[in-house]
Ligand binder design. Sequence first.
Ligand code: TEU
Ligand code: CA
Length: 580
Amino acid sequence: PHSRAWWKEAIVYQIYPISFFDSNGDGIGDLNGIHSKLDYLKDLGVDVLWLSPIYRSPLADMGYDISDYRDIDPRYGTLADWDNLLKGVHDRGMKLMMDLVVNHTSDEHAWFQESRSSKTNPKRDWYIWRPPKYDAAGNRQPPNNWKSVFQGSAWDYDEKTDEYYLHLYVSKQPDLNWENPDVRQAVWELMRFWIDRGCDGFRMDVINLISKVDGLPDAPIAIPDEPYQPASMYFANGPRVHEFIKEMNAKVLAQKDLITVGETPFTHDASQLAAYVLPANKELNMVFHFELMDIDAAMGRDHSPLIPRDWKLSEIKDIVGRWQKYKRDEGFWNAIFIENHDHSRSVSRFGSDSERWRATSAKMLAILEITQSGTQYVYQGQELGLKNFPRSWGIEEYKDVASQNYWNRVLQHRKQEAGGAEVDMSDVLDGFQRKARDHARVPMQWDSTVHAGFTTGTPWMRVNEDYEHWNAAAEIADCTSVHAFWKEALKIRKANDILVYGDYTDLSNDNEQIFAYLRTLGKSKALILLNFSTEESNFSLPAHGDAEWTGFKCVLSNYNSTTEELEGCAIVLRGFEGRL
Ligand code: TEU
Ligand code: CA
């Protein structure tokens, strides 16, 4: 069995600061706003807060573009406000995790300003600069064909020195050159800055992208007739990444009992990600894999996750099962999440956000989450069953640069093809309504007053229309709410080691309506039954060793009338029913 650790048992709550709570009426969430909601979080059962970036930033990618790692963006507050927030967190017995974004900086960071100033500047080599290539016609071209994750070339030309710099994300996010030991040293120092100030851990943004393949070769053609190609095979889990993270561990992380989680996209292969996590390697506590999150993305021609794809329950089971069972004997540890700031709302994706089923399916998904082995993550508003904003909202409500860039790209393409005729973009907006990151970024819904009580001013993003009934105050007052259910579910998880540490066995195989699994720890057993459809569904539990399916007591159910005990192996579950 797994060794115990506080961070394995912790409930982590992700805060997207700009949309959490605005304390001073400027329409932007801030640190003092978070401070004023600490009792709410403690009451919910949260142990650790993870703050999405709050450092100084031009917000080209909402703070994932940092211009000063050692200061708070004035829109969010000051270092003194951060100290005060940390004190409030610690006073309540909770911990605080920071977002560490060090694959790239902002182009407005002093390091990049120096780096771009001349080829001989000492910081020139802190970023990835290459001379242009010239095609047969003599036209200047980027050094290779890599496509930025957010569309277009991954290279930008800088006239001043007649070279290109690499940016895997937007132009305003130049990639740091981790090959340079001074860069690594600077990262260790900024990490120590926050550790010395009292921070309890880090979520590490795209940490598996920091080492690029030598020579930066052209990527194979995956998108025909396009100049720029997806190149993650050359920048994800690159040749020196484990060396760099081991160095980080030895030089920084090992000094304190921190919680560390790496964000590791572009990789579904558990054996690759295990290398970051297995305790023997001395790297990170855990990583976020995106195999489940990617399940409803078609990717398509432009290689964008904004095109939806229909999934089957058997695919979810396959993913959950494989990761639950992966290398447990060697200490592999999972991070369990179904929402974050990069994905639309789980009830809209995996449940049903219709009035009839919304609360029921959001609760069913809560059971799915709290009954998996791993550290539990909850994203702000998930505990309220918040859903995607409606299809009637136009493109102007989508503020995310990923949405905007993709929209503009498709629009341009279609305009060219139409040769002046009107173009129809409704299918793209259909996709956005299901898949855009924006849905997770609208203001948190606190109460039924104007702007959902998020701000007394004008919110930076429009508030979803359902806030009158779907808000924290209303749900706290209602013992049948999604919030009340999450609170109970987290209590049950904390009181039962089996849910954190137990082994996993799937019981339902290819059934496309019902997901049933067993968790075991020593002599204890936990049985989980989930119906992923609106239909009443039947199911027969398979033979289970020498034991009978009797004596299981229902400890959590999303229906208020439920049989107290399981009798025999015939199971009937109502629409979206979930039972533990
Ligand atoms: O996300 C990593 C990432 O690759 C995302 O682009 C993800 O694939 C995409 O959002 C799916 O739609 C991290 C941050 O979480 C994200 O907010 C940043 O935009 C990105 O890194 C760049 O820092
Ligand atoms: Ca504010």
